[in-house]
Ligand binder design. Sequence first.
Ligand SMILES: [Fe+2]
Length: 136
Amino acid sequence: MCELLIDPRQNNSAIDVDRKVIIDIMNQLYAQTKNNAGELDINKLLILLLDHTMKHFYHEERILIDIGFTGIYSHQKAHNYLIEQITELMEWHENNVEQINIGRINYLYSIYGYHFMIMDEDITKFIMDFCDVDNI
Ligand SMILES: [Fe+2]
């Protein structure tokens, strides 16, 4: 049994809004890259993506600490990996080491998808298993 600060049976609306914003930015990035948009537009989207992703992860990690999530270390590692991928892409793009291409965007999609659908699901399972949700 643990103290529940959120109810996993309800949508955590702040986190869901965060995810929708991130997916929307990713979709814009995909479209801009496909249409060979100007560098400035792509840079702006990458900055926006990094900003929203960092805020989302910060918020989620506060929740993980509050609920005593046992997998917090590996979850934070996965967050850091995603942030590194975006940062690296921004640096390479800025220094013209690598043009943004659809392959890179698809790779980011796959990491975000895995994270949101598989890794974040472990948090819900943790809460359901250890917090005796049926009895609250
Ligand atoms: Fe996460």
